[in-house]
Ligand binder design. Structure first.
Ligand code: FAD
Length: 333
């Protein structure tokens, strides 16, 4: 990082953040905790939370932070993140205020990364557009859904993504959805890549039928998953080589209801870890998750992979390195 020396102590870094945020007119706050920003309601203090409201502001902010060597991580609704209890000395770029407006043009729907996925599912169903109604019960933002390739009940966001807007060198750049690898809860987006928005291509259908399918998906979810509980959805991915889902595997080991301090294996769905209490700790959720992994390994010989993202305070977020030429080549531009 060429100018990283400019912010080699915390005081200088803080002044640089204040100056950049003031110049770009973006809110920058101190004193927040992950416990306030994630659905598991656990996790330690964050040095800075910066909340851009437009795609252009977000692109400019991360460019400036990269220029001065300040590490940052994007966060949507925090419904798929388990941050540990320590102090996180980096900037969290909170995107849930970057909502913009949904623009519908025929079968194309353009939306900013901070917009709510459940809200968008309702908007497009009303407009008679089908393709994401199975995703209506997934909490979170469009940016988080794109990053994880969120999916449920036969729909995945990647299959309907026409283009993605990303931040490159301070600008909003549109890349084709076909240049992204959309895998099971994983994509080829790199750490340090900020997603600003997307255009989806959906299919016209009867709004009543779309709503019915969305309601069906929601009722199936309500019947099988805890609701109103503090969770991050499924904690582990389903193992590719197994015909048994992870939830069933954990349930068969008799672990439903198992507790570690403030964390519990949900009695409703064994692949959900839920937290309880005012002072719930990430440490408890992690210890319980590791206990599950060890038992599944010992008894089934399977290495469970986390679906939830673990954010460790002691691992620096990667910064956006200047590999624009390589990216252009990969995207065929
Ligand atoms: C009750 C419950 C049920 C769930 N059910 C499902 C389900 O059925 N299917 C499913 O797929 N998921 C499910 N989830 C998980 C979660 O809702 C999804 O992964 C969701 O898409 C995450 O969105 P978010 O905005 O909360 O992302 P966050 O949790 O805030 O972030 C997730 C990851 O995306 C990155 N990210 C977020 N925004 C951006 C951005 N703009 N640019 C770059 N990176 C970004 C973050 O850095 C992080 O790495 C469930 C969660 C809960 C709590």
């Amino acid at each position: 990082m060429a100018v990283a020396e400019a912010v080699d102590n915390l005081e200088q870094r803080d002044r640089a953040i204040e100056e950049i945020a003031a110049r770009l007119g973006v809110r920058a706050e101190r004193g927040k905790r992950f416990a306030e920003l994630t659905s598991l309601r656990v996790g330690g203090a964050i040095d800075w939370v910066i909340s851009p409201e437009t795609e252009a502001q977000a692109a400019a902010i991360v460019y400036e932070l990269d220029q001065v060597g300040i590490g940052w991580r994007p966060l949507g609704s925090g419904s798929n993140v388990l941050a540990d209890d320590a102090e996180h000395h980096y900037v969290v770029l909170s995107l849930s205020n970057m909502k913009g407006e949904v623009r519908i043009d025929g079968e194309l729907v353009s939306v900013s990364a901070g917009y709510s996925l459940p809200r968008l599912c309702i908007d497009v169903a009303r407009a008679g557009l089908s393709g994401i109604e199975g995703l209506g019960g997934i909490p979170g933002t469009i940016g988080g859904a794109l990053w994880m390739n969120a999916g449920a009940y036969g729909h995945e966001i990647g299959t309907v993504t026409e283009t993605v807007r990303v931040a490159r060198e301070g600008q909003v750049v549109e890349i084709p959805g076909s240049s992204v690898e959309w895998n099971y809860r994983h994509t080829s987006f790199r750490d340090g890549e900020l997603l600003l928005g997307t255009t989806l291509r959906l299919k016209p259908d009867d709004p009543e039928l779309i709503k019915q399918r969305m309601d069906d998906a929601k009722s199936r979810r309500l019947a099988t998953q805890p609701h109103g509980a503090r969770s991050a959805g499924c904690f582990f991915k389903n193992p590719p080589a197994s015909t048994t889902g992870t939830g069933k595997m954990i349930d068969d080991m008799g672990m439903k209801g198992q507790r570690r301090g403030s964390a519990i294996v949900s009695p409703v769905h064994a692949n959900f870890i839920v937290t309880e209490g005012e002072n719930a700790r990430a440490e408890d959720a992690l210890a319980l998750a590791e206990e599950i992994r060890e038992r599944v390994k010992r008894e089934q010989g399977i290495d469970l992979e986390y679906e939830v993202e673990l954010w460790r305070a002691n691992s620096e977020p990667q910064m956006n390195t200047d590999d624009t030429d390589q990216r252009r080549e990969e995207e065929g531009r």
